[in-house]
Design a protein around this ligand. Structure first.
Ligand code: ZN
Ligand code: CU
Length: 494
């Protein structure tokens, strides 16, 4: 075939495997890449001159809370403007699906991070969510976990207790249904109040049905501060008990007294990777973000409110300023603000860089798309890794940076025929300028598209071009492919 739908000419190809860049043309027919190489004798209905641009596989955002925004704002501008073509949702124990009973209102934090109104908790089964997505897709592909905290909210009246055997059995049925419908696995958020009371045994039993599907256990660990090693051990124990792969979500060390301890946590992860399947992700910022609680705020030297139901006008303000303005202490201010969200400055740059540079670490934004003044990671994560960390600071080369957000991720999650630019693979492609790529979203001005992303294609259809969304909605729900995962796991590390 020498006549194609689309020809990308003279691109500098970084193929996602970590291999060095090369100059090549890329042909796209329908939803697939059909040829890569010197295609000077070929023609196409549409030709794109990529001289001076990098062509990379579309980025995979391995940690998101995009379950609802895929429906409520399917252009997914915060993501496609960064070159993201696939998002993985249902993280940190909270998934929008399933919700077979009316959700309790007000919506229990942190379930309110996805939808404070409760109106979007409308998918009675995981299959109903997948069917709805495929009927009205978004601009990007997606795949989700089923969240343990969501399951607890469905099956338990008192979230301050461990689940009873009957409640565990009910949650297992929901997990089994979700896995049949295409869930990647189970996620937990054991640091959050509605899941803190869950014992390790509860987590193992609830998660058990994923073993038959070779699913993933993704965890926002019980502790990311002074007890990180114990929390890692608990996560590994769940994986070992079930024989499943473990994903440590947004690995970080919070709290000044724990700064530098990524040396120990990464060594611990590395030692256990010899015996069981463990992977991890990270976002490239020193501040975290989640719901506002007084206990978090007390140990955070600086806190910014990202949204508030109690005092909506305070979104974007420093908590210390709010206390001063109201003439009250932190507890009183938090009580008036909640339900609310916050950015906490609790990590150090040295740990962030050490975790980012660790070869097995994948890139995930953990962006919170419904926050009024979101953490800048929502709009900036991927260009920040490519611009600030690869180009400006030289933390790793661009090929490695791209691998951490494409090929590595596709192989760990098991996304077949994605994550690499290769003939026969799906045409998820991002064209960017490596001289200008940069995140522009900041803590004070967080809703800013990145610089340097020229064109983004999902399943062969451009979704971002000339600095704006095209309106196309070519996304698909993706399933974990055991063969794709095993093949990549067997491949020697490059
Ligand atoms: Zn989390
Ligand atoms: Cu998260």
């Amino acid at each position: 075939m020498t006549r194609h739908d689309i020809l990308i000419r003279h691109a500098t190809v970084i193929d996602g495997t970590g291999a060095p860049r090369r100059t090549a043309d890329i042909a796209v027919d329908g939803d697939r890449i059909t040829a890569i190489g010197d295609l000077s004798g070929h023609s196409a209905a549409r030709e794109i001159d990529a001289t001076g641009l990098i062509a990379a596989p579309g980025f995979i955002d391995v940690h998101t809370h995009d379950d609802r925004i895929l429906f409520s704002d399917p252009s997914m501008t915060a993501k496609v403007s960064q070159g993201v073509t696939t998002v993985i949702g249902g993280n940190c124990g909270i998934s929008l699906a399933p919700m077979p009973v009316p959700v309790k209102r007000p919506v229990t934090p942190p379930l309110d991070l996805l939808d404070a109104s409760g109106d979007w908790y409308r998918f009675p089964t995981f299959a109903a969510y997948v069917a709805a997505f495929n009927a009205t897709p978004a601009a990007v592909n997606c795949a989700h976990y089923v969240g343990h905290t969501t399951l607890r909210a469905i099956t338990m009246d008192d979230l301050t207790r461990p689940a009873s055997p009957a409640q565990i059995a009910a949650m297992q049925d929901l997990v089994a249904e979700a896995m049949e419908a295409g869930a990647l696995g189970v996620s937990t958020g054991l640091a959050y109040p509605p899941a803190i009371a869950a014992t390790t045994e509860e987590v193992i039993e609830v998660t058990r049905p994923i073993a038959a599907h070779d699913g993933l256990y993704a965890t926002h660990m019980r502790d990311e501060s002074g007890h990180s090693i114990e929390a890692l051990d608990e996560s590994f124990a769940v994986g070992r008990a079930l024989g499943v792969q473990v994903l440590i979500s947004h690995h970080k060390l919070a709290g000044e007294e724990n700064f530098g301890q990524s040396v120990q946590t990464l060594a611990h992860i590395g030692a256990h990777r010899a015996d069981q399947q463990i992977c991890l992700d990270c976002y490239p910022y020193e501040a975290s973000s989640t719901i506002l609680t007084a206990s978090h705020a007390k140990v955070s030297p600086r806190t910014i409110v990202t949204w508030s139901v109690g005092a909506p006008q305070m979104a974007g303000r420093e908590l210390s300023d709010i206390c001063a303005e109201w003439g009250c202490d932190l507890d009183t201010a938090c009580a008036r603000l909640i339900p609310a969200g916050a950015v906490y400055f609790r990590m150090c740059e040295e740990d962030v860089q050490r975790i980012l540079a660790y070869p097995p670490t994948m890139i995930g934004s953990d962006g919170l798309p419904h926050d009024e003044r979101p953490h800048p990671r929502l709009w900036g994560t991927f260009p920040r890794v490519l611009g600030r960390y690869a180009r400006d600071l030289g933390l790793f080369d661009l090929e490695t940076a791209v691998h951490k957000m494409t090929g590595l991720t596709a192989s760990e999650i098991g996304l077949a025929e994605r994550g690499e630019l290769r003939a026969g693979f799906m045409a998820d492609i991002t064209l960017f300028d490596d001289r200008t790529i940069a995140d522009r979203a900041t803590y004070t001005d967080p809703i800013q598209p990145a610089a340097g992303i020229a064109l983004v294609m999902v399943n062969g259809a451009p979704v971002w071009e000339d600095g704006r969304p095209t309106g196309a909605r070519p996304g698909r729900y993706l399933r974990r492919d055991r063969a794709a995962h095993k093949m990549a796991a067997a491949r020697p590390a490059g």
